[in-house]
Design a protein. Structure first.
Length: 198
């Protein structure tokens, strides 16, 4: 047999070994579909962050946010209290004839104080009611420990006490020293305390 004939037979044998097979093509197609399906399942099994949190956890997050806002208002009231009373105390040494203008101790100034307190307490009371509503819902869930709910309730009531004390101190000071400021609007300064939101 010649060398050319031997090479021709070897090339024919290799081409037979690499010939396309319907069976191998079908198996490859199945493997591709299987990989696509597994990849799709992996994507579907990744839950969003919202679904990971339980209803109880979501409510505790809402509770914490509202409580933070309520504490921020109490902090604002504390800062206002710390700055306004010394200012008013200094103004009592001024001559009463100079208190009829737009300055410290005048009726517009006292009206501004009342408006500030009313607006802050309106927001604070609304937040406290929301907090109590969330706590009431959490109390109905058997997964929540009563001690945890009571701890939040005590914290809310403490913030309410501090805020109410600040408001009362400012109003009492203005009422007692009303004759040193502008006595034309005494009802503007003396009000009853709001009830706790429980």
């Amino acid at each position: 047999m010649s060398l050319a004939s031997s090479n021709s037979q070897r090339d024919h044998s290799n081409s037979m070994n690499t010939q396309w097979s319907p069976t191998s093509s079908h198996q490859q197609s199945n493997n591709n579909r299987s990989n696509t399906r597994h990849s799709s399942q992996r994507h579907r099994t990744i839950p969003c962050t919202r679904s990971i949190l339980s209803v109880v956890e979501v409510r505790f997050i809402e509770l914490t946010r509202c409580l933070y806002q309520a504490k921020a208002i109490v902090q604002d009231l504390s800062s206002f209290h710390a700055s306004i009373l010394p200012t008013l105390s200094l103004s009592t040494y001024h001559c009463p004839t100079h208190l009829s203008n737009e300055g410290i101790g005048s009726a517009p100034f006292l009206q501004h104080i009342k408006q500030y307190l009313d607006e802050k307490f309106k927001k604070f009371t609304k937040l406290c009611r929301i907090l109590m509503m969330i706590l009431s819902r959490l109390e109905q869930n058997v997964q929540v420990k009563p001690e945890r709910v009571q701890s939040f309730r005590n914290e809310i009531m403490e913030e309410w006490r501090v805020a109410n004390d600040i408001k009362q101190q400012i109003q009492t000071y203005l009422h007692q020293n009303n004759h040193l400021f502008d006595g034309s609007q005494p009802d503007l300064l003396h009000e009853t305390s709001p009830s706790p939101p429980i």
